[in-house]
Design a protein around this ligand. Structure first.
Ligand code: KIV
Length: 277
């Protein structure tokens, strides 16, 4: 089966065909979303909140990202696999960024790395791309620096903020980024950026006019119940169903109805008699 490439995503943008992206952090979820035919799978650092139970994405380490990207890699055979760089793994220097992006790319086995930041990160992105590592940018609400941004807020709502998002998108495009995630930006601004940059844009809380959309899979499947951002649509609510299944199992074990005969391994009575002798 032919793998989706960045060039395929540019072609989709050119033909105005929407691009689908979902997150996955392990083999089963990656298998499910890849089998469904999404264009790209993101091993997001949302991992920290929806799988590892951290309060935010800040504590996520490079080792954790590599571990989970490797697991997702084993489940993805068609989609373009993107690994997310965790906080402070690419902020210190160009050398640190290249070395750590290189680790996620080489050891994790992804085809692209994603990192947060706008104009201030563009020259660094250029250097990473020059090393042969494809990059996806991430602007708007950047969760790793949400404290600095004043919390989980829509970005680019005033002139200065919108100008920064617009300039950031153009700078990342010119630096050679091949994909751009825009999180929590007003729809008209996301539309303008999408029409301006050559790279495909992927929105999350950025309206319908981006070239594609991404959701955290655990949110859209109802596998995360700590909070639900406005931009999430829950396509199924699995947690209550899983609660029910766990309770049914406990009830059947306690009442002795599980395991039933069809779950047992039988043994010849004569063998048993032999053992008892
Ligand atoms: O970490 C993540 O899952 C992300 C998406 C929300 C785009 O960055």
């Amino acid at each position: 089966m032919r793998r989706v490439t960045a060039a395929d995503l540019y072609q989709k943008k050119a033909k105005a065909e929407k691009i689908t992206m979902l997150t996955a952090y392990d083999y089963p979820l990656a298998t499910i979303v890849d089998r469904a035919g999404v264009d790209t799978v993101l091993v997001g650092d949302s991992l920290g909140m929806v799988v590892l139970g951290y309060e935010s994405t800040v504590p996520v380490t490079l080792e954790e990202m590599i571990h989970h990207t490797k697991a997702a890699r084993r489940g993805v055979s068609r989609a373009l696999l993107i690994g997310d760089m965790p906080f402070l793994a690419y902020h210190v220097s160009d050398e640190q960024a290249i070395a750590n992006c290189g680790r996620l790319f080489k050891e994790g086995g992804c085809e692209m790395v994603k990192l947060e930041g706008g104009t201030e990160m563009a020259e660094r992105v250029r250097k990473i791309v020059d090393m042969g590592i494809p990059v996806c940018g991430h602007i708007g609400l950047t969760p790793q620096t949400s404290i600095k941004l004043g919390g989980f807020r829509v970005q680019g709502k005033d002139v200065a903020g919108a100008q920064y998002q617009y300039d950031s998108a153009k700078a990342l495009d010119q630096a050679g980024a091949q994909l751009l995630v825009m999180e929590c930006v007003p729809s008209p601004l996301a539309k303008l950026i999408t029409e301006t940059v050559s790279m495909p844009t992927i929105g999350i809380g950025a309206g319908p006019d981006c070239d594609g959309q991404v959701l955290v899979t655990n949110d859209m499947l109802g596998l995360f119940d700590r909070f639900q951002p406005k931009f999430v649509k829950k396509y199924v609510d699995l947690m209550p169903e899983m609660d029910q299944a766990v309770k049914a199992y406990m009830q059947e074990v306690e009442s002795g109805t599980f395991p039933a005969p069809e779950h047992e391994f039988k043994m010849d009575d004569s063998l048993l008699a032999e053992l008892k002798r």
